[in-house]
Design a protein around this ligand. Structure first.
Ligand SMILES: Cc1ncc(COP(=O)(O)O)c(C=O)c1O
Length: 458
């Protein structure tokens, strides 16, 4: 998260009133500062750094504060509210459980849990046969790490190696941080698991005319030169479906080559679908863009429609590697989250949200493309697919990534009634609820354009 600190002092900003936005007070709203100070005082600062907006309620694609201001939400609380904030079907499903009443039953059987798991596995389709539910995304990537290692150990005691991709990110617990390549974030560990390796990410701007396959070979040959035998030492590849900060997808050939290596050598292929799953990219799961078949997928965020639900899915023979009781968690799969998860999939299916997201994604990228034509010396790149987009900004003179400009644009968007994802880097991410109307989506892009124009003129 960004070190950038946004002003908490209420600013007088223009009044806004449209069908989707309302800004009728100073921004931040009076009272915001006191609540943020209370949080500063009693909560670890590691949670902080976002735009100074105190959410009071959120419905569908709108966020409201207690003063009645209303924002178009381009964040989905970082890609959680895929089916819309406080989705009525999800709310009703949770209420049914509360009224039963049942909150939790740990590993005892529960009808809703059984129904949900069947629905989830069918939603994911072949080759997925079983799932294991958890609460946080980082637990899901840790579980995949464990399953890949268990499979490797079953085949051959040497097979402990996991290959990950530089710049990818998988969560904040120990194994997840070791698989991530944010060196600063994993400094606290004090050592790196020598069997977790990283190869370079094939950013379009580093390929330098090299084919994606040759780029992969180059990355792998560095591992081989360091004494790693891919066929003997590696049990898994872990790929973030697209690289988060910039919604950067891999060239298809890169991922397909990895899949071929996995198949040839009995290596498991896992995708971290945290941001990409549940319709976000215009496919049910983001890996489908690469036309490959993973062995494991790690899901979370949009999976629960706003409640803490994550999970790993895979073939039965992999998912059943841990013995009875050796992969469970107290709060995982409780009836409340299972009811919510079931309602999320029903909502995606009944509203045809996967195809709708692909359609709206075309609208979004066309509108963003027009913005780029207006600001070619500011907007460096537009990346993403479906309803996940990243706008990368550069300095007009140096051409360098311009994080400061980006933060000012994000702040001005907030003052105008649009909430975007502030990454702390040179990118603004756009990921509205998949239920957003075309009109609100396009209005949001117009607001982004206004903000770019005003910050550029300052
Ligand atoms: C790609 C990816 N993997 C893993 C995680 C970790 O998920 P959680 O924050 O739920 O632990 C995130 C969260 O941002 C993510 O974006």
């Amino acid at each position: 998260m960004a070190a950038h600190s946004f002003t908490r002092t209420p600013q007088t900003v223009p009044f806004v009133q449209t069908a989707h936005r309302r800004i009728q007070t100073t921004i931040p709203t009076p009272g915001t500062e006191a609540i943020l100070e209370q949080l500063d005082r009693f909560e670890s600062r590691s949670m902080h750094g976002q735009l100074p907006l105190v959410w009071d309620r959120a419905e569908d694609f709108s966020v409201f504060d207690s003063a009645g201001n209303r924002w178009i939400d381009f964040t989905s609380t970082i890609f959680v509210a895929n089916v819309g904030h406080s989705n009525p079907r999800v709310t009703a499903a949770i209420k049914t459980m509360l009224d039963k009443p049942i909150f939790s039953c740990y590993a005892y059987g529960n009808e809703t849990r059984a129904k949900y798991l069947e629905k989830l596995v069918n939603f994911a389709g072949k080759p997925f046969e079983k799932a294991f539910l958890l609460s946080a995304g980082t637990e899901a990537t840790e579980a995949a790490l464990k399953l890949m290692r268990m499979q490797g150990q079953k085949q051959n005691k040497r097979r402990r190696g996991i290959i990950c991709i530089e710049g990818n990110w998988h969560g904040r617990t120990l194994g997840a941080q070791m698989m991530s390549s944010n060196l600063g974030q994993r400094e606290w560990i004090g050592y790196q698991d020598t069997d977790i390796h990283h190869i370079p990410f094939p950013y379009p701007w580093v390929l330098n005319g090299l084919s994606p396959e040759a780029f992969l070979d180059e990355g792998l040959s560095k591992l081989t030169a360091a004494g790693i035998d891919i066929a003997q030492d590696i049990c898994g590849f872990m790929l973030e479906t697209f690289q988060g900060w910039g919604a950067v997808f891999y060239p298809v050939e890169f991922v397909q080559s990895i899949e071929r290596i996995c198949r040839k050598n009995g290596i498991l292929l896992a995708f971290d679908e945290m941001q990409a799953g549940f319709g976000r990219t215009g496919r049910a799961f983001g890996f489908q863009h690469y036309d490959v078949t993973p062995d494991l997928i790690c899901c979370g965020k949009g999976m629960g429609g706003g409640v803490s639900l994550s999970g790993v899915l895979g073939r039965a023979e992999i998912m059943d590697l841990p013995d009875v009781g050796n992969m469970s968690s107290t709060h995982s799969a409780n009836p409340l989250v299972c009811a919510a998860g079931l309602a999320v999939i029903e909502e995606i299916e009944s509203k045809n949200l996967v195809a709708e997201t692909a359609r709206k994604g075309d609208l979004l990228f066309t509108a963003l493309g027009e913005l780029q034509v207006h600001y070619p010396n500011r907007i460096d790149k537009l990346l993403g697919r479906g309803l996940i987009a990243a706008v990368l900004f550069r300095h007009p003179e140096t051409g360098e990534a311009d994080g400061a400009f980006t933060s000012r644009v994000a702040e001005l968007c907030m003052q105008k009634g649009l909430l975007v994802v502030h990454t702390g880097r040179e990118s603004i991410k756009i990921g509205p609820p998949l239920t957003i109307t075309d009109a609100a989506l396009l209005e949001g892009v117009d607001v982004l354009g206004e903000a770019i124009a005003e910050v550029a003129a300052q």
